[in-house]
Write a protein that binds this ligand. Structure first.
Ligand code: GLY
Length: 364
């Protein structure tokens, strides 16, 4: 039965908030989700990389382990969500190709390998001929790279749609409203999962980091890329993945431009230049969309998850930065357990308290 004071209110309708709402509803709780689709909502743009180590630009052990465990749990989560929603998530477990375009790009790629080796994640080195055997659309100029069997990708926009459908089927109520103060929401437990906007609701530090993607369509209808590709061109990374046969997503820039969610010609140029260098056939594809998402970053690039100090009944799960889609299932599991049972399985490194301690130390 729907109540005016639900058991749980989730502020934020991105993948993290929706995954928590679904999990809570599965436990029989009344759940309200407050969401206003502002330009830059990260889940509306995310390319859906489930690639814990090739995506890690900073070797924090707590995050690497968390991300690795999250990836391991994804196939079961995807199967359960697809079944519950009846939506095909575009889950691709075919592995990710790591591609250095030129000799100068090998060292950046080698850094990715280094993380992998430490975490026992299978990654096979491939020479240029082996790369092209796996992905015939790759440029003949690519010098080498690797194949990460354990890195997957998914259509993040379909995941979000599926989470909403699955939640609604269990009675989750979606309220289109921007929440600007925690005092506006009354519930047994309140979860802040508002992505880049989370710091506007409390005094956590956070920065929106712009990521632009370009969506292409092959006018001939395919066949499209066999694998996701994490490429390095001119020392800069780019991600390519096929969608629905004829479409290709090219992602993602990293720019510090505040809450500006407007696509720029510079970012489009940078993405397309790298994409066409790696996969020359993309030059003949149609540009169908450019989108900008605002990733929620934190000073140490680690998530902020747990109980909110001095706010009984208020919780937070944000700061997932480049890993929101990857981490959503495991974040949902931990946050739901914490809110429902009080058992706190969130890694200590992610506590909201860490910023308060730093502030208190500085003011002493
Ligand atoms: N995970 C994709 C990105 O943030 O760039």
């Amino acid at each position: 039965m729907m109540t005016s004071r639900p058991d749980v209110a989730v502020i934020g309708g991105g993948v993290v908030g929706l995954a928590v709402a679904w999990r809570c509803a599965q436990r029989g709780l009344d759940v309200h989700v407050y969401h206003d689709e502002l330009p830059g909502t990260a889940s509306a743009v995310a390319p859906g990389m489930l690639a814990p180590v090739s995506e890690a630009d900073f070797p924090d052990p707590a995050l690497l382990k968390f991300a690795h465990d999250a990836r391991v749990g994804w196939p079961a989560f995807a199967a359960e969500l697809a079944e519950a929603s009846g939506i095909d998530l575009g889950y691709n477990a075919g592995g990710l190709l790591l591609v250095a375009h030129a000799d100068e790009d090998r060292s950046r790629l080698a850094a990715m390998y280094g993380f992998r080796d430490g975490y026992d994640v299978p990654c096979t080195r491939l020479d240029a001929a082996e790369l092209r055997a796996r992905e015939p659309m790759l440029s003949a100029e690519s010098v080498g790279g690797g194949f990460a069997t354990e890195d997957h990708h998914v259509d993040a926009q379909r995941v979000r749609q599926a989470l909403r459908v699955a939640g609604e089927a269990l009675g989750v109520r979606y309220i289109t409203r921007r929440v600007t103060s925690l005092d506006e929401v009354t519930a047994g437990s309140v979860l802040v999962a508002a992505g880049a906007w989370s710091p506007t609701l409390h005094d956590w530090p956070g920065t929106p980091v712009q990521g632009q993607v370009v969506l292409l369509r092959d006018p001939s209808g395919g066949p499209g890329l066999r694998h996701g590709i994490r490429g390095v061109v001119g020392g800069e990374p780019v991600f390519l993945a096929g969608r629905d046969g004829s479409r290709t997503i090219v992602a993602a820039t990293v720019d510090h431009t505040g809450f500006d969610a407007r696509p720029s010609a510079r970012a489009t140029d940078s993405l397309l230049r790298k994409a066409i260098t790696l996969v020359p056939a993309l030059a003949g594809h149609e540009v169908i969309e450019t989108r900008v998402g605002l990733r929620p970053d934190t000073p140490d690039h680690l998530p902020i998850m747990g109980r909110v100090p001095d706010r009984p009944g208020v919780y937070v799960s944000t700061g997932h930065y480049r890993h929101g889609v990857l981490l959503a299932p495991v974040a949902a599991e931990l946050m739901t357990t914490l809110m429902v049972t009080g058992a706190d399985g969130v890694p200590a490194a992610f506590t909201p308290q860490r910023f308060r301690s730093a502030k208190e130390g500085a003011s002493r």
